[in-house]
Design a protein around this ligand. Structure first.
Ligand SMILES: [Zn+2]
Length: 286
C-alpha cells in the first residue's frame, strides 16, 4: 500500500466494532454528499492503518434504504482508503449454503427500487464505469483465503441479489430469485459496490449467512431474532477473517483495474464540465 493509505472496513448488521485494533481517534466528516452513517474510527492493527465505519450507524439507526452510501464511500476515499472489506448479513437461496456459512460474492443483481443515490455523477457530469465484475478480484481472493485460514465454512463465489427491504422477501419472490440462479440475498450491496467502483476503490464483501430466506418450506420463516442469533454466533469469527484479510491486503500488490475504473469514464466534453461539480468529484476521480 502507498504511504497514508488505509484499509476501509464497513461493518454491517451485527459487526459494529472490531476486536484487537488500536484506536487512534474518530472523525465524522461532512462530505459534498452529506453526513456519514456514524463516526469513522481510525485505528491500526499490527501496524496496518484502518478506517472502520458502521454502515447502519451507532445503535443501528439507518435502514438499508437510508444508509448514506455516497457520503460513506466519499469520506473513506478522502481518508486515504483504496481497499474496502465490507461485511453484510445475508439470507441463503441454496441448500448447500447454510446459516453461519460465509460467502464471498462475485456477482450482483440490483433489485432495489431506485430510491437510493447510486452514483456520484449526474448534475452536468456524465460518466459510465464498467461494472461487469462488481467486486475486486484481488480482494475476493484474499477474503476467501482469510476465511479458510480462520476456519470458516466459506463459499468463494456467489450471486448476490440486492432487494430494497426493509421487509424480508415473500416466498414467491424468494423462489423466483432461486430460479434466476441467485445464491444469496441482502439489502446493502447496491449502491455501495457501485459507488466504490466509481471512486476507483477495490471493494469486496464478506457475506455472513444468517438464514434460509423465505423459500425453504421446511425451515422457519426468517425473523430478526434468527438473524441476530446467527450473527452473534458468527461475529467473533467474522472479526478474525477481517483482521487476517486486512493484514494480507496491506502487504499485497494488486493487479486489478479497480483504481482506473473512472479514469476514462467521463463522457461530458471538457469545455462543458461544470467547474464546481468537477471540484466536488476530485476526491472520487483521484
Ligand atoms: Zn481491485
Amino acid at each position: 500500500m502507498e504511504n497514508g493509505e488505509r484499509i476501509g472496513i464497513i461493518g454491517g448488521t451485527g459487526l459494529y466494532a472490531l476486536d484487537g485494533i488500536v484506536t487512534e481517534g474518530t472523525v465524522e466528516p461532512v462530505t459534498p454528499c452529506g453526513s456519514v452513517s456514524s463516526p469513522i474510527v481510525l485505528a491500526s492493527l499490527d501496524g496496518v492503518k484502518l478506517a472502520f465505519l458502521a454502515r447502519h450507524g451507532a445503535g443501528h439507526v439507518h435502514s438499508p434504504s437510508e444508509v448514506p452510501y455516497a457520503a460513506n464511500i466519499y469520506a473513506l476515499k478522502a481518508l486515504g482508503v483504496r481497499r474496502i472489506i465490507s461485511v453484510s448479513a445475508v439470507g441463503s437461496l441454496k441448500s448447500r449454503i447454510a446459516p453461519r456459512d460465509m460467502v464471498i460474492p462475485d456477482q450482483l443483481w440490483d433489485r432495489t427500487k431506485g430510491i437510493r443515490r447510486s452514483t456520484f455523477f449526474g448534475g452536468g457530469i456524465v460518466a459510465h464505469v464498467s461494472f461487469g465484475e462488481p467486486y475486486c478480484p484481488c480482494m475476493r481472493e484474499i477474503l476467501a483465503a482469510s476465511a479458510l485460514e480462520a476456519g470458516a465454512s466459506v463459499h468463494p463465489k456467489g450471486d448476490y441479489v440486492c432487494i430494497e427491504g426493509p421487509a424480508f422477501s415473500t416466498r414467491a419472490e424468494s423462489r423466483i430469485y432461486r430460479a434466476m440462479g441467485c445464491d444469496i440475498i441482502g439489502m446493502t450491496a447496491i449502491p455501495e459496490a457501485k459507488l466504490a467502483r466509481e471512486a476507483n476503490m477495490c471493494y469486496s464483501t464478506l457475506a455472513l449467512v444468517t438464514d434460509y430466506d423465505a423459500w425453504h418450506e421446511s425451515e422457519e420463516e426468517v425473523t430478526v431474532e434468527m438473524v441476530v442469533a446467527n450473527m452473534n454466533a458468527n461475529t467473533a469469527l467474522a472479526g478474525r477473517v477481517v483482521a487476517i484479510a486486512a493484514r494480507a491486503a496491506a502487504s499485497r500488490e494488486f493487479t486489478c483495474r479497480c483504481r482506473a475504473a473512472s479514469t476514462n469514464a467521463v463522457m461530458t466534453a471538457p469545455e462543458r464540465r461544470d467547474p464546481g461539480r468537477m471540484e466536488e468529484l476530485k476526491v472520487v476521480l483521484s
